[in-house]
Design a protein around this ligand. Sequence first.
Ligand SMILES: Cc1cc2nc3c(=O)[nH]c(=O)nc-3n(C[C@H](O)[C@H](O)[C@H](O)COP(=O)(O)OP(=O)(O)OC[C@H]3O[C@@H](n4cnc5c(N)ncnc54)[C@H](O)[C@@H]3O)c2cc1C
Length: 406
Amino acid sequence: MGTTGIPSTSPEGDVLHVQVAIVGAGPGGMVLAHLLDRMQISCVVLERRSRAYVEARVRAGVLEQTTCDVLARLGLAARLQREGLNHAGVDLVFDGQRIHIDLAQNDLAGITVYGQQEVMKDLYDAAAACGVDVRFEADGVTLHDVSDVPRVTWRERGQAMSLDCDFIVGCDGQHGVSRTSIPSTHIRTFERAYPFGWLGILADVPPVSEELVYCRHERGFALASMRSPSRSRYYLQCDADTRVEDWPDERFWDELTLRLGPELGAQITRGPSIEKSIAPLRSSVSEPIRYGKLFLAGDAAHIVPPTGAKGLNLAVADVTLLADALDAHFRGEGSGALDAWSDAALAHVWQVERFSWWLTRLTHVFPDDDAFETRLQASEFRQLVHSAGARRAFAEHYVGSVMESE
Ligand SMILES: Cc1cc2nc3c(=O)[nH]c(=O)nc-3n(C[C@H](O)[C@H](O)[C@H](O)COP(=O)(O)OP(=O)(O)OC[C@H]3O[C@@H](n4cnc5c(N)ncnc54)[C@H](O)[C@@H]3O)c2cc1C
């Protein structure tokens, strides 16, 4: 372990070399770095932000079993297994009617609630312990000659750095530099923007329900989620131009109470928010996600609305498949797996895109919807109420077992 082997500092202009340069130390980049490290493939991770900044970003909370298995395989799941909350079900409320969907039926494994911040702490602690080379506060990361002989330059504590590598993996999220390093003639992006966002709060109060509750109300969507038995995470659908300042805590709690309805609403424990933010909702997929020696993974390649709780899980799925393909290449088995990676990863991505779009469509109020659309929504929900097959299909997609069962 600790195969990076490049000096921690370099005089101006010094050229270093690793097999794989990873841009972005979010969940995708860090899981990839650990996978490559265990495969004895040298890599370095370049992250624009500080460690403290990334660890403080409140985002995902729902991990699929496959994601937990990858972390366990890497020996990084001790705290996740101790502190993560296993969930065998999820509740849907549609205009006041509540149903429970069993996520652990038959062969399905359920999901684990464990905050992205905790995942990042575990990944960074283990990186420090194993000698995985992560360069935080890497300024001005620039990719060169990605089609042929890749090179990355950046500034570190004011010093110019340059790195030769065999491959670059762009795990730098939706606003990174990797995707835009591909000529626009060689990549196509398919997009859907939603005319609303999610206003989220984190509060140290017990969750309103043991299960996650997805709620469609005529005033908009609401999600009751949690991070621990004493920490709740709630979201409200909000207008795209909503400002956090317009939502003092009491307004948020009042609106959440309304949307969750009388039964659940009465059980909400209110308290001061410790974080409050707005996330826009977007679906987007770029194709292909390889250009020459550059691969795009995670949010750099695709975005899903958070409704299906899939973004982090997709990033881990992308890099797990890519690490195996890189391993095959470096072990001399040829480039077949690397050449097939973009199509293979995108097949899974589109399945997840479809589910995340569908769940968003089912549970949100779209400003332009007419009565025809809302009746279709209600009909979709009734299908879940009355059909065990529909509930099973929902559960398969939600826990992420669809690829395995194909
Ligand atoms: C409100 C909300 C709720 C969510 N809930 C869930 C959930 O329950 N389950 C789930 O699976 N997903 C969820 N997600 C999505 C999930 O958080 C993301 O999909 C996930 O973080 C993607 O990981 P990533 O590593 O691909 O990208 P990111 O986490 O975005 O990491 C990219 C990294 O690259 C760095 N970077 C960017 N530009 C540069 C540059 N030029 N140079 C160097 N570094 C750079 C960034 O600082 C960042 O650290 C949610 C997202 C939101 C907003």
